[in-house]
Design a protein around this ligand. Structure first.
Ligand code: B3K
Ligand code: ZN
Length: 844
C-alpha cells in the first residue's frame, strides 16, 4: 500500500462550484447520477484532472455533454479536460446492501445511510474526494421510503422523492443521505439572532421514548455555543438520525448528523448515568463541529486535529460547565492516561499532526483527539481566557468558509497576542509523552522548584526537543493553608528553575494543578506530600491526583515487594469517603483504583516487567482490604446516597448514585451479595440495575441475575450489548476467554454489528488479566475474530488491533504469544489496507 506524506501536499487542480446528485435507491443497484461544475484552480500547481472512485460501476460519463472514454486507473479516474470551466456528468451503480464496511452508502436493518469521513464519498460517486474542495450540494433522492433526508434545507418533495439543498459550501466528507421508515421526535430552537430552527431526531419505530434527552442536550449545546463562542446555527433545520450499525460514535454531516444509536438514544430504564453523560458530550461535540470542522474545515487529513482537538476541547468545556468542572477534568485526564498515554508510549505513537499515513481512518486516535484537545487547553492557559476568546473570534472571522491548517490556527493566536508560537508548535510535531522531573530547595525564605523535561524516543523520532510546558503551581503552608495561589510557570528549557520569595516556612507544593500539561510528573525529587495534599489541596484535581498517587504506590509495593496494603492509605481514603462536605461524585472518583493497564504501564516505566496476574491479584486484595477496613462506615454512606423520586440524569443525582454504587461494590465483598441482590431486584433505572448486576457477577453470585437480565431486556439491542459486555468484564482471568467464546455462540451475537462486536471482543481486551492470561487463549480468540472481521469491516477491525499495542511491555512468553497472534493476522491473504498498516506499525 501507498504512503501519503504531508510534505507532498499540492492544491487541487480543479475546484468545484456546485454538485447535483440524484440517487435512485435500490438495495443492490442504487444509481447515482452526478452533475459537477468544475473550474481550474487559479492556485494549482498542476493541470491534471483526477477523480477518486472506489467500488463504483461506471455506466456513462460526459464532459460538457460529450460522452467520454475514461481512463480508470485503480481507485481513480484520469481524464484530459479543458483548461476552463466545464461540467462533468456521470452515472454509477453501487450496492448499499452488500456494503458491510459501513463506509459510503450502506444499509442498516432496512435503512439507507452514509458515512463519508474521511474518504468514503468516493464509494458513492467519482469526485475530488479531498477536504480542500468545498462545494454547494443539491441532492435529489428517489426511493419508496417515508423519510428521505440529505444535508441542508428541504426544498421540495413528493410521493417517493425529495430534494435537498445545502447553501454552505462543504467538502464531500460532510455529505450525508438517510432513507428509511423512521419517526421524528421534534422540537424547535430560536437562535440569538432570531432564526427559527426545526430540530428532529429520527429513530426507528419503537425508539420514540428514547429521544427527549438527546434533543434537550442539543438545545443546551446550541445555547452554550452562542454564549461562549458567539457561534450560531446557520440552517433552518437540524436533523439527527440514530443508526444501529455504525463504526464509531457519531458524524457531524452538515445539518444531518448521523449517530450510533448507542450515542444518542436514552431512557432511564435502559441507559446508565455514564451513558447519559456520554450522549450529552457527543451531541455537543457533533453540534460544535458545525463551526469547528464544517464552516472551517481541514485543508488535508494531516490537519485532522485542527477540527478534532478543538472540538473535543469545546465539548470538554461544555461538560465542565453543565456538570462539575472538577469531576469533568478528572474524567478527561483518566481517559487521556488510559488511552493516549498508552498510545504515546508504544509502537503506535504519532504526532498530534501526523506526517504520513497509509489509511487515514487509522489516525482517528486518542492522540489526535484527546492530546489535540490538551494542546488547545495549554494554549488557553498560556495566553489567558480573554486572549483565547479573541483569537477564536479572529479564527471564525478570518477563516470562515475555508479549509485550513495548523499554521492558520496558530497564526490567529500570534496575531492576537504578539506571541511567537514556534516552540509551542513542537507539540504538534513531536510524539511521545514528556516526563517532567521536579526537585526543590529552600533557603532564606526562598523556595525554588527545578524542573527537568525529557521526551522519550518514539517510532521514527529518536531525539526530542524541549516543549513549552505551562506548569500551574500553588504553595501550601505546613498547616494546610494556601500561601501562594495558583500561578502558571512557563517552562521552555530542558531544565529550568522558578523561585518564590518571602516565605516563612518551607511550603508544600501542589504542582501541575488541573493537569495543566499532558506530561508525566515525577515527584521523587521532593518529599512525599501525597497524603498531605489529599487532605489539604485546594485544587480538586490535585487532591484527587494525590489519592491516586497513594493508591498507585500501595499497589506497586504490594506487587513488587509483596507488601501489605498501606494502612495510612486506607485511613486517608476512609477520611475522604466520610467527608460529607465533598461532592459525592468526587468521592466516588477518589475511591476508584487505578486500572490494571495503568499499573502495567507504570511498572514498565519503572523498569519492571508487569505481570498481569499479579496486578489483578493486588487489586483484588486491596479491594477486599478496603471493604473490611471501611465496613462500619459503608452502610451509612450507602443509605445517605439513596436518591428518591423519579430518575433524573443530572450531575448531582448521578454523583450520589456513583458513590452509592461504589460503596455497594465494597459491601458486596463482605455480605455475600445480599445488598446487591436487593438493589438489583428493586432498581427502577439501569444505573442501579447494572451496577448491582456487576457486583453479583464480581462475586460469582449472578446465575439468576444473568438469566433474568437477558429475559427482561432481550428486545433491546443496546441493553443486550451491556449484557454481553458485563459478563466478560467481570469474568475471572482464567475464564474470560472461555466465557467470551461461549457468548460468541449465542444467537444474539451479531458479529457484523460493531456495537455487539465491541461489547463482546472489546470487553475481553478490556479485561486485562483475562486477555493476558498466560494460556494465551485471550490473544488467540481475539486474533481469530479480527481475522474473520477484517474482510467484512476493516475499520472496526483495525481499531481493535490496538489491544496488542502493548506487547513489548510483557515477559518473553507473553510477547511470543502476542507476536504469534499478530503474525497470524498479518499473514492473512488479502488483508485490508487498514489492518496491514496497523500490523506493520505494531510489529515494527
Ligand atoms: N468526525 C467523526 C469521525 C469520523 C471517523 C472516520 N473514521 C466524528 C467526530 O469526531 O465527531
Ligand atoms: Zn469530532
Amino acid at each position: 500500500p501507498q504512503t501519503i506524506y504531508l510534505a507532498d501536499y499540492t492544491p487541487p487542480a480543479f475546484l468545484v462550484d456546485a454538485v447535483h446528485l440524484t440517487f435512485r435507491l435500490d438495495p443492490n443497484a442504487t444509481r447515482v447520477i452526478s452533475r459537477i461544475e468544475f473550474r481550474p484552480n487559479p492556485d494549482a500547481t498542476s493541470q491534471d484532472f483526477m477523480l477518486h472512485g472506489e467500488h463504483l460501476k461506471l455506466i456513462w460519463a460526459k464532459v460538457d455533454g460529450q460522452d467520454v472514454q475514461t481512463n480508470l486507473t485503480g481507485d481513480s479516474l484520469k481524464l484530459d479536460v479543458p483548461n476552463a470551466p466545464f461540467i462533468w456528468e456521470a452515472e454509477v451503480e453501487i450496492s448499499p446492501a452488500t456494503n458491510t464496511a459501513l463506509e459510503g452508502l450502506y444499509m442498516s436493518r432496512g435503512m439507507y445511510c452514509t458515512q463519508c469521513e474521511a474518504e468514503g464519498f468516493r464509494k458513492i460517486t467519482y469526485y475530488p474526494d479531498r477536504p480542500d474542495v468545498m462545494a454547494v450540494f443539491t441532492v435529489r433522492i428517489e426511493g419508496n421510503l417515508p423519510v428521505l433526508l440529505s444535508n441542508g434545507n428541504a426544498v421540495a418533495q413528493g410521493e417517493g422523492w425529495a430534494e435537498w439543498h445545502d447553501p454552505w459550501p462543504k467538502p464531500a466528507y460532510l455529505f450525508a443521505l438517510v432513507a428509511g421508515d423512521l419517526i421524528a421526535k421534534s422540537d424547535t430552537f430560536t437562535t440569538r439572532s432570531g432564526r427559527q430552527v426545526d430540530l428532529n431526531l429520527y429513530v426507528r419505530p419503537g425508539d420514540e421514548h428514547k429521544c427527549d434527552f438527546g434533543l434537550d442536550a442539543l438545545k443546551r449545546s446550541m445555547v452554550w455555543d452562542e454564549n461562549f463562542y458567539n457561534a450560531e446555527y446557520d440552517l433552518d433545520i437540524f436533523n439527527i438520525v440514530a443508526v444501529d450499525d455504525f463504526n464509531m460514535g457519531a458524524m457531524e454531516n452538515k445539518g444531518l448528523n448521523i449517530f450510533n444509536s448507542a450515542a444518542v438514544l436514552a431512557s432511564p430504564e435502559t441507559s446508565t448515568d455514564a451513558n447519559y453523560e456520554r450522549i450529552e458530550a457527543i451531541i455537543a461535540h457533533e453540534y460544535f463541529h458545525n463551526w469547528t470542522g464544517n464552516r472551517i474545515t481541514c485543508r488535508d487529513w494531516f490537519q485532522l486535529c485542527l477540527k478534532e482537538g478543538l472540538t473535543v476541547f469545546r465539548d470538554q468545556q461544555f461538560t465542565a460547565d453543565e456538570r462539575s468542572a472538577a469531576v469533568a477534568r478528572i474524567n478527561d485526564v483518566m481517559a487521556l492516561r488510559g488511552r493516549q498515554f498508552r498510545e504515546d508510549n508504544g509502537p503506535l505513537a504519532h504526532p498530534v499532526r501526523p506526517e504520513s499515513f497509509v489509511e487515514i481512518n487509522n489516525f482517528y486516535t486518542a492522540t489526535v483527539y484527546e492530546k489535540g484537545a490538551e494542546l488547545i487547553r495549554m494554549l488557553k492557559t498560556l495566553v489567558g481566557d480573554q486572549d483565547y476568546y479573541k483569537a477564536l473570534d479572529l479564527y471564525f472571522r478570518r477563516h470562515d468558509g475555508q479549509a485550513c491548517t495548523i499554521e492558520d490556527w496558530l497564526k490567529v493566536f500570534e496575531d492576537t497576542t504578539g506571541r511567537d508560537l514556534t516552540q509551542f508548535k513542537r507539540w504538534y510535531s513531536q510524539a511521545g509523552t514528556p516526563r517532567l522531573k521536579v526537585s526543590e530547595a529552600f533557603e532564606n525564605g526562598a523556595y525554588t522548584l527545578t524542573f527537568r523535561q525529557n521526551t522519550p524516543p518514539t517510532p521514527g523520532q529518536e531525539a526530542k526537543q524541549p516543549v513549552v510546558i505551562p506548569i500551574a503551581v500553588g504553595l501550601l503552608n505546613p498547616d494546610g493553608g494556601e500561601v501562594v495561589e495558583t500561578q502558571v510557570l512557563e517552562m521552555t528549557e530542558a531544565e529550568q528553575s522558578f523561585s518564590f520569595d518571602g516565605l516563612g516556612a518551607k511550603p508544600i507544593p501542589s504542582i501541575l494543578r488541573g493537569f495543566s500539561a499532558p506530561v508525566i510528573l515525577e515527584t521523587d525529587g521532593i518529599g512525599d506530600n501525597a497524603a498531605f495534599l489529599l487532605a489539604h489541596d485546594t485544587d480538586p484535581f490535585n487532591k484527587w491526583e494525590s489519592g491516586r498517587a497513594l493508591a498507585r504506590r500501595t499497589l506497586i509495593d504490594m506487587i513488587t515487594k509483596g507488601a501489605a496494603p498501606d494502612q495510612a492509605f486506607l485511613d486517608a481514603l476512609l477520611a475522604v469517603l466520610r467527608d460529607d462536605s465533598l461532592d459525592p461524585a468526587f468521592r466516588a472518583l477518589v475511591m476508584r483504583l487505578p486500572t490494571q493497564d495503568e499499573l502495567a504501564q507504570t511498572l514498565f516505566d519503572m523498569g519492571h516487567t508487569p505481570d498481569p496476574m499479579a496486578i489483578y491479584q493486588a487489586l483484588e486484595t486491596l479491594r477486599q482490604t478496603m471493604a473490611q477496613h471501611m465496613q462500619d462506615a459503608l452502610p451509612r454512606i450507602y443509605a445517605a446516597m439513596h436518591v428518591g423520586g423519579s430518575y433524573s440524569p443530572d450531575a448531582e443525582a448521578a454523583g450520589k448514585r456513583a458513590l452509592g454504587n461504589t460503596v455497594l461494590s465494597l459491601i458486596s465483598l463482605t455480605d455475600g451479595g445480599a445488598q446487591a441482590q436487593k438493589q438489583y431486584d428493586s432498581a427502577d433505572n439501569m444505573t442501579q440495575q447494572l451496577a448491582a448486576f456487576g457486583c453479583l457477577l464480581n462475586i460469582d453470585q449472578s446465575d439468576t441475575a444473568t438469566q433474568s437480565f437477558y429475559h427482561q431486556w432481550k428486545a433491546d439491542r443496546l441493553v443486550i450489548d451491556k449484557w454481553f459486555g458485563l459478563q466478560i468484564s467481570y469474568a475471572a482471568p482464567a475464564k474470560a476467554a472461555e466465557i467470551t467464546e461461549h457468548l460468541t455462540q449465542h444467537p444474539d451475537f451479531d458479529w457484523k454489528n460493531p456495537n455487539r462486536f465491541r461489547s463482546t471482543l472489546g470487553a475481553l481486551t478490556g479485561n486485562a488479566a483475562g486477555f493476558h492470561h498466560p494460556s494465551g487463549a485471550g490473544y488467540d480468540l481475539v486474533a481469530d475474530w479480527l481475522i474473520r472481521l477484517d474482510p467484512v469491516n476493516p475499520q472496526t477491525t483495525a481499531r481493535m488491533c490496538t489491544a496488542f499495542e502493548t506487547w513489548r511491555r510483557y515477559d518473553t512468553d507473553r510477547q511470543a504469544k502476542m507476536k504469534a497472534a499478530l503474525q497470524r493476522i498479518a499473514d492473512k491473504p488479502n488483508l485490508s489496507r487498514d489492518v496491514t498498516e496497523m500490523m506493520a506499525r505494531i510489529l515494527n
